[in-house]
Ligand binder design. Structure first.
Ligand code: SF4
Length: 339
């Protein structure tokens, strides 16, 4: 509910507007998980609210800690479905990235990904996404002693197929009535839906955009990401150019290195050509994490370094990201409510 919705509803049960503001603050800024948390709201009003409204908040179901400090949280939604969020700390830099889900499951069936094997069950609401961000920030404060510094929409689901609620959740996170974040600390990751990237551009969003590229030719990308059949690399590059022109936002390419599939020098050279478009781009090469029943293997570490060097030597910004949280199935492509 927006504040004005709530004020309206409170007027109907004979409650003053300042009470609505108080409850609203509990819902968003103070992260109440139930009416019981709203300690400065009179008990009689909390009782009255519980008769009139349903308070759907996500509930922590399981928390797993990796040897490398990564923490995976599984939440149960009001209808019993489960989603996962991940917290990835870099303690020596006092940084921590939160990774949130935007859907229960995913419809896109990328062949290397465990979430895709679940199919899409439903979209998350803005509040269910916001709650993951809020709770992950709280986890950072409690466990690390400093707040979450970055947030990525790279958990379960394709964010751009849940467009409205994803943008609404970001509005809440960046609102002073929510978490008060700068949108520059937020990255939305997409498997690549050209028309939705154009929509982001038209909406002049201020957050960063990551394209899950994973292959630099249509021929190879078609084999691992069926979405590429209707959203070719040419269409995606055009939409990203438009995104950059309209927003000047930061764009990155995510590239999971798969042994013998996309880690050769020929692949590196194709990647360089894609990066020489009309917008600045950074590439993040990510180690692959095996998923049961998937015929891919992690690329050799030396090969990945050589691949990255070749790309870097041709003037493209590229970073190799070693996998985090793989012992608890929290790493890229592994989220599937397995534990
Ligand atoms: S990689 Fe992303 S878009 Fe592809 S199936 Fe997995 S969750 Fe969906």
């Amino acid at each position: 509910m927006s504040l004005s919705d709530l004020q309206h509803a409170f007027a109907e049960i004979g409650q003053p507007s300042y009470r609505a503001k108080q409850v609203y603050e509990w819902m968003w800024k103070l992260g109440a998980r139930s009416y019981a948390d709203m300690t400065n709201v009179p008990a009689a009003l909390r009782e009255a609210m519980s008769e009139v409204f349903t308070y759907h908040s996500i509930q922590l179901d399981l928390r797993q800690h990796s040897d490398d400090g990564t923490v995976k949280s599984r939440y149960v939604l009001h209808d019993g479905h489960k989603i996962e969020a991940v917290m990835i700390p870099v303690a020596k830099e006092k940084r921590a990235t939160g990774c949130v889900s935007s859907q229960v499951g995913c419809s896109l069936t990328c062949s290397f990904c465990a979430t895709g094997k679940m199919g899409r069950i439903r979209n998350l609401t803005a509040a269910e996404i916001y709650d993951q961000a809020y709770d992950t920030n709280k986890l950072c404060l409690d466990a690390l002693g400093y707040p979450m510094t970055n947030l990525v929409y790279m958990g379960m689901g394709e964010p751009l197929l849940n467009y409205g609620p994803v943008l609404e959740s970001i509005n809440r996170i960046t609102s002073k009535n929510g978490m008060g974040w700068s949108p520059k600390r937020i990255t939305v990751s997409t498997a690549g839906i050209a028309k939705m990237i154009r929509r982001l551009a038209d909406d002049k969003v201020k957050f960063n955009l990551a394209l899950s590229l994973h292959a630099a030719s249509d021929e190879k990308r078609d084999k691992i990401m069926p979405i590429n059949e209707t959203n070719t690399l040419a269409a995606l590059m055009e939409s990203l150019e438009y995104f950059y022109k309209q927003t000047k936002g930061r764009i990155s390419f995510e590239y999971i290195a798969l042994r013998g599939f996309n880690d050769t020098f020929e692949d590196a050279d194709k990647l360089v050509r894609l990066c020489r478009g009309q917008f600045p781009v950074r590439v993040n090469v990510i180690e692959y994490n095996p998923v049961a029943g998937v015929p891919f293997e992690r690329a050799d570490e030396h090969q990945v370094d050589a691949f990255a060097k070749r790309v870097r030597d041709k003037g493209v910004m590229i970073t190799v990201r070693r996998s985090r949280g793989k012992d608890i199935d929290a790493a890229c492509g592994q989220l599937a409510n397995k534990a």
